[in-house]
Design a protein around this ligand. Sequence first.
Ligand code: S1T
Ligand code: MG
Length: 541
Amino acid sequence: MNLAESLLHALKDHGAQELFGIPGDFALPFFKVIEETKILPYYTMSHEPGVGFAADAAVRWNSGLGVAVVTYGAGAFNMVNAVAGAYAEKSPLVVISGAPGAAEARRGLLLHHQAKTLDSQIRVYQEITCDQVILDNAERAPQDIARVLRRCREQARPVYIEFPRDMVDQPCAPVVRDRPRPVDPDAVAACADEILARLKEADSPVLMAGVEIRRYGLEDKVEDLAKRLGLPVATSFMGRGLLADADVPFIGTYIGLAGNPEISQKVETSDALLLLGVILCDTNFGVSERNIDMRYAIQVIDREVRLGHHVYQDIPLGALIDALLERAGPAGDTKRMPPPIEYPRGLEADEEAISPTDLARAVNDLFDAHGTMPIASDIGDCLFTAMDIQLTPLTGPGYYAGMGYGVPAGLGLQATSGERPIILVGDGAFQMTGWELGNCRRYGWDPIVLLFNNASWEMLRAFQPEAGYNDLDDWRFADMAAALGGVGHRVATRSQLKAALDAAHAERGRFQLIEVMIPRGVISRTLDRFVKAYAAKRGKG
Ligand code: S1T
Ligand code: MG
């Protein structure tokens, strides 16, 4: 076996189901092995940000490993933003970059794709990955690969593998899985006991589910725990879509002042807020009515548990949840189930202009008629609108908030799951990576894309109404769909929207691009509350 084969087998053994990439001369030898061995299916995209976003979304769905393979320099540097977003939002993404071979590195010439020095790239990636390795020694490679893949999974963060092109064919032993980091069972037990004691004495405990429960494949166990402890469940903004099919007393997604006031009240007044895998960030907590008193919260993230002034180190989320389940009684007297959440439904198919809430209504009606579909969303008002769509698995850059995620993420989601997704994207974000739709025909992907075309960077306008630079041109995106292999619909009234969505859902095999014209200044109620809350908080200094 050669080093490339050993690496590909290791990726598969650690949960990778496919890889995404764009070759270059420094990566051609590796791509040759990828194609010839068929160890993992692979998909090439058109621009490296799309490679990173697609691989990131794939692993958010399959909880295995996302794999992005690029060439040195021009390729890898092009993907930095997507990997930074994966790091911030705790996505176990493996970045593999081709690289110059030893002999050419020693020649003393500046090499093409080289920026400053030959190790500039790994230095940049050190800032957005949890471990890195250069595969320049076939003897050591198996244990190095085992280490970085273990850390990628354990920390649910990206790792960086630099693969010199002269090492691809080197004979190499198979990779043997690293032993997981040892866990102290007594520490886990003490932590679980203290958490349960805290929950028991509380009057209004709430469990908030965050992204780590997905990254570690723990949704079923968290559903069981919530039922056994009789805890009402909320998700963070980033965690929207988690526990979508779970039978738990779900109270909704917490987005502070931007969200449903009843949900905010329950979360912010809880005297035992159990934050399971929740990223403590401004989009999750920045616009709270009152800063949640973290002394009463139980924070479980990044293998650390904080209860008041107590901190437990090196407690894996999975081990803790197992310990809690061992101690929790049978399904408790599920306290009064909260009332079901009312989502907007029943789109009036009339000649009125379309608002973001109408879009949510149309999707809810479609789901009621045909069943839910997974959603990949970009940042922009489309993600805020998703809060009005009934619960379904959703992936979106709810914390890092990098534009361009939506379309490639939807393609990565369909590649790994085989499920047809709905993609929500604004016109500004579509201008960045929407063209990846041109790759659907080759791979048989057929997402339904809802493009919020307000010819505007509307989210920015909401924050800075006087700025003229938020006015975008109307690119007439639907006209371009056929040339890319899909079907375009341009709609401006609610009856046109309903007809287009029904037609799009009825046709399989081609992507459907529904360009929804939305008047400038018409935003979702969630974005409206978000902006007002931010302005109010800023006003308070
Ligand atoms: N560039 C990238 C890669 N990501 C970003 N988030 C931004 C810039 C800043 C930014 C926003 S929201 C926004 C920009 C430019 C406008 C989005 O426009 P569009 O996709 O049309 O959606 P909508 O019209 O619904 O706003 C965030 C706040 O930083
Ligand atoms: Mg826009």
